[in-house]
Design a protein around this ligand. Structure first.
Ligand code: UTP
Ligand code: MN
Length: 396
């Protein structure tokens, strides 16, 4: 600058190679948005990520969404590291690791456990929130209200004579089944039933397994399916027909169907896309019979029944069905494959880095003031300027 022109480049101007120290710990480099990263199910840091996930869960159950997201982001960064973390110096320069998360990690590395995580696990409030929100149809708000009324467990809930809605009554009745993980084999057996239902009421309609199972998870808390028809419009009114068929065959213990009310507007999405989308959607509890699984070529002993400790020939499984018009299919597929954090990060990337707005229905470009069309997930990643990440690598 003093010379007023570019000067000759001398050795001392160049970055110097630091002498490498064999004992030096490995330092990692990770992009800051989860949707820029490939997160498989292989996680070398489960002790740390389990701890952070528990704190995230506790924050979410306590209506502290911001803190919840911060812990989720921190856990997601640790999930992509190629080696177990053994030393705090390895975390230097990594994104999304806030002061609080670092404190928890340090505690675990130095003491084998985090005092905050352990005390949260033991806390009566956390335990009660977990048990009560384990009832299908009960969210954090309802659970919190019940706890303030002195209800901490299922027996107290039953004794309290609280008025429960239909979903909650089903949730309570099938509590043990619904809180038992669903296996891939069970998901496949349910897939066959859904295929049969769909083929019976609208030949040509297509069923796709979405959610965690599409990402390659071996268990899930529910099974999610996306249904469409290659001819736009043919999917209208499809859900009630599928539900009627399933009901007539005795497959449903509970169902609630909601309507599609999504319309594109010339000014773009009315508000930043909320994650509550507006497809025709059915929240249900399936009755999965043992012989349905056998028919699907699987064998397993009978399901245990909680009441008498005996065996019953079926179990209850939470199933979500979503119907999308073919024009929105790629967006629905991307939006419903998850993980939840991956989806959140995609929307944050779209908004903050691209001035775009992404939902499970559409991608709106705020600069060009147009909707960007796509018929595949690959095209959506391309619109967003991101490398394509396949479902098995979206396990952030
Ligand atoms: P799930 O809650 O079923 O999660 O939502 P999951 O990844 O399948 O994991 P399990 O079931 O706990 O094993 C699946 C996807 O659907 C989206 C979520 O963002 C998630 O990515 N989703 C869910 C919505 O878009 N809207 C909703 O109302 C619910
Ligand atoms: Mn799911």
């Amino acid at each position: 600058m003093r010379a007023g022109h570019p000067v000759q480049i001398l050795d001392r101007h160049k970055l110097q190679d630091q002498p490498t120290n064999e004992a030096e710990v490995e330092v990692f480099s990770v992009p800051s948005y989860a949707c820029q990263r490939r997160t498989t199910l292989e996680n070398r840091n489960t002790v740390l990520t389990d701890a952070l996930s528990l704190l995230a869960e506790n924050a979410e159950l306590s209506a502290e969404e911001g803190r919840g997201v911060a812990f989720r982001r921190a856990a997601a960064v640790l999930k992509v590291l190629p080696e177990p973390v053994t030393d705090m110096t390895q975390l230097r320069g990594l994104p999304c690791l806030g002061e609080h998360s670092l404190r928890v990690i340090k505690d675990i590395l130095e003491n084998g456990a985090s005092s905050e995580v352990e005390s949260t696990k033991q806390s009566e409030r956390f335990k009660a929130l977990k048990v009560l929100t384990g009832v299908f149809g009960v969210g954090a708000k309802t659970a919190d209200r019940w706890i303030r009324e002195g209800i901490h467990d299922l027996q107290q809930l039953k004794d309290s004579r609280q008025t429960l809605n239909r979903a909650q009554r089903a949730g309570l009745e099938h509590y043990d089944d619904i809180n038992q993980p669903v296996s891939k084999a069970e998901a496949d057996a349910i897939g066959e039933i859904v295929e049969e239902a769909v083929a019976s009421v609208l030949p040509g309609a297509q069923v796709t397994l979405i959610g965690g199972f599409r990402r390659g998870k071996l268990t899930g808390h529910d099974v999610d399916f996306l249904i469409t028809h290659p001819e736009e419009g043919r999917e209208v009114g499809l859900m009630p027909k599928i539900v009627s068929w399933l009901e007539s065959q005795g497959f449903l213990l509970y169902q609630k169907t909601t309507r599609n009310s999504y319309l594109e507007s010339d000014d773009g999405p009315a508000r930043p896309c909320s994650n509550m989308d507006r497809f025709e959607r059915c929240f249900s509890v399936f009755k999965l019979a043992e012989d349905e699984k056998r028919r699907a070529g699987q064998t397993q002993s009978h399901y245990a029944s909680a009441e008498d400790g005996g065996l019953k020939p079926w179990r209850a499984v939470r199933v979500d069905l979503v119907v999308s018009p073919i024009s929105q299919f790629a967006f629905a597929l991307l939006g419903w494959t998850g993980s939840k954090l991956f989806e959140r990060e995609l929307r944050r990337w779209a908004g903050h880095e691209k001035t775009m707005s992404l939902s499970s229905h559409a991608l709106y470009d705020g600069t060009q003031r147009t909707y960007l069309r796509a018929t595949s997930e690959e095209e959506i990643f391309a619109h967003l300027g991101l490398d394509y990440i396949p479902p098995s690598e979206r396990n952030a």
